[in-house]
Write a protein that binds this ligand. Structure first.
Ligand code: F0G
Length: 462
């Protein structure tokens, strides 16, 4: 087995511990610091000169123009919305070594009725569900899977609530590597599970939760030459940075006031924060947006960590939420996320199951749609506006992380009124009912269809 960093020129890239700052030459199988076992992050010493000034090879204006030019290129690396920004990523001199599915390049959508519902004037969604396997995970996976292949691994593996496994399985298949998926039994949506199966992963459902799966996986990678592709892998974080870079490009490099993200294992928030920090340090932007992280009430370890310890000590929880992607009680990247909150001035918020389902239907009704975990962003925004943290005149970006089709069971249950059967009453029940659109079964007669049409027309006029 080759050393993970053997082919990475150290003057270009270093793996540094986020706790003690030690430069790790060999990160080990778990990507933890050899001295203090904290997480590692990739830093680029070449970006700063020995006198601490920014290196002159970075001209933000020239790079912004180059990245735009690449949009017209037919080269696979340029067509990837990740590798188009390769100057800010780990280097892969050999283009053939990069495993890409043309990830990234995800759209920004205005959400007019969600904006009205939340009480803000300017609201857009960056829809990362429009990635090749339907979630933001692809942006990190192209970088980390490429690193795995370059290091000579035959096997890659992850613990997952579903999307990481779908993404990893696809990239492994493209690279002709084998993949091993550990998921919590019965807690992964069928859409995601079926993706992993079709892309050829060995999929194991364990009788535990996500946090338990991650623990078992750590033991597996200690005992076999299997490359860990969870977001503790710092290469994944580097790729996931590009969502923020691309977002800023789409906003003509004008920072929004707020970026709102869902929080699970907290790699996503960590990556966005790292990107924004680097863009500011390198003078691509002059102001940091506030990054706020939203969790489900039943899976709220970061919210509690901030509230009860000011971000100093992780409060783990027994996680439970129907937004299964973020059903995580002991997030690996919590320290990185705390740093993002502190550096950008963002906050955390928790939202109820009813709020998540309602917000998801509202995002759908704007013609966009997303999976439940992504909808916590809108639910959280509503609370942040009510609480005064987000002002009505401020610009807000919601990071929608997964596609609507990832979890059709949740959507169908919602529209059939089965999601909270008997549990949501009064105003809450009425509010949900107003968004429910269960399929209507009729005799095959035009009259019957027309009368439903008339009824719908009357209700919308009324
Ligand atoms: N949204 C979706 C759709 C996700 O799949 C995840 C995480 C998150 C948000 C949270 O991102 O973990 O970086 O804070 N899914 C992981 C998985 C855990 O295994 O697919 P995070």
């Amino acid at each position: 087995m080759t050393n993970l960093t053997a082919s990475e020129p150290s003057e270009i890239l270093e793996l540094r511990c986020i706790g003690c700052g030690l430069r790790n030459l060999n990160p080990g199988h778990r990507f933890r610091c050899s001295a203090c076992a904290d997480l590692l992050e990739i830093v680029y010493p070449g970006w700063t000169r020995s006198d601490g000034m920014r290196a002159t090879q970075f001209s933000p204006g020239a790079l912004k123009a180059l990245w735009q030019t690449r949009r017209k290129s037919l080269a696979p690396m340029d067509q990837s919305g990740v590798w188009r920004f390769r100057e800010l990523l780990p280097g892969f001199p050999d283009e053939a070594g990069v495993i890409s599915l043309r990830e990234g390049n995800t759209p920004l959508y205005a959400l007019p009725s969600c904006a009205r519902a939340a009480g803000v004037e300017q609201l857009v969604a960056k829809h990362q569900g429009m990635n090749p396997t339907g979630s933001f995970k692809d942006t990190g996976m192209t970088v980390a899977a490429s690193a795995a292949r370059r290091a000579g691994f035959r096997w890659v593996a992850c613990a997952s609530t579903g999307n990481t496994s779908a993404s990893m399985a696809a990239y492994a298949a493209r690279a002709q590597m084998r993949s091993l998926v550990l998921i919590p039994e019965g807690k992964v949506s069928w859409g995601k599970l079926s993706q992993a199966l079709d892309y050829g992963a060995i999929t194991i459902e364990l009788k535990t939760d996500f946090d338990g799966c991650l623990q078992i996986l750590n033991e597996v990678v200690d005992r076999r030459p299997v490359y860990l592709l969870n977001s503790v892998n710092p290469y994944r974080i580097e790729g996931q940075k590009t969502a923020a870079i691309e977002l800023l490009e789409q906003l003509d490099w004008q920072s929004p006031d707020h970026i709102i993200v869902p929080g699970g294992n907290l790699g996503h928030a960590a990556a966005l924060g790292k990107a924004l920090r680097e863009l500011e340090e390198l003078n691509f932007i002059t102001r940091l947006p506030k990054v706020s992280i939203i969790q489900a009430e039943g899976a709220n370890p970061l919210v509690r960590t901030m509230r009860e310890t000011g971000g100093r000590k992780l409060i783990s929880v027994q996680a439970e939420t129907a937004a299964s992607a973020i059903r995580i009680g002991s997030p690996a990247s919590w320290k990185k996320a705390v740093r993002v909150l502190e550096q950008t001035g963002g906050t955390t918020e928790e939202v109820s199951e009813v709020d998540i389902a309602w917000a998801k239907a509202q995002i759908g009704a704007d013609g966009v749609g997303c999976e439940p975990a992504s909808a916590v962003t809108l639910a959280g925004l509503k609370k942040l506006v009510k609480g005064g943290f987000v002002k009505p005149g401020e610009s807000v970006v919601l990071m929608l992380t997964g596609h609507l089709l990832k979890d059709p069971e949740f959507t169908l249950k919602f529209h059939r009124g089965e999601l909270f059967a008997g549990r949501a009453r009064g105003r809450e029940g009425e509010m949900l009912a107003s968004h429910e659109r269960a399929p209507i079964v009729l005799e095959a007669r035009a009259d019957a269809v027309l009368s439903v049409l008339q009824q719908a027309e009357d209700t919308s006029e009324g």
